[in-house]
Write a protein of this length. Structure first.
Length: 67
């Protein structure tokens, strides 16, 4: 349980494409960390995604608790 306004950070030191390549597979559009999948999942759980970076060298998503 977190109070409204709390911050959730999801971080990995490599991006999604780099991790997929390392495992010998293409980038999957069904990946739960793809922005189009992550945003509605977080929203359903009471979070608003306010920053999303899927760079080569890192993955970072920031969400704020809304309820």
């Amino acid at each position: 349980m977190t109070a409204p306004g709390s911050v959730l950070l999801l971080f990995h030191p490599s991006g999604r494409a780099e991790r997929a390549a390392r495992h010998g597979r293409p980038l999957d559009p069904d990946d739960p960390l793809a922005e189009e999948n992550l945003r509605p999942a977080l929203h359903a759980a009471g979070w608003a995604l306010d920053s999303y970076e899927d760079a080569t060298r890192h993955f970072l998503a920031r969400a704020v608790r809304v309820r």
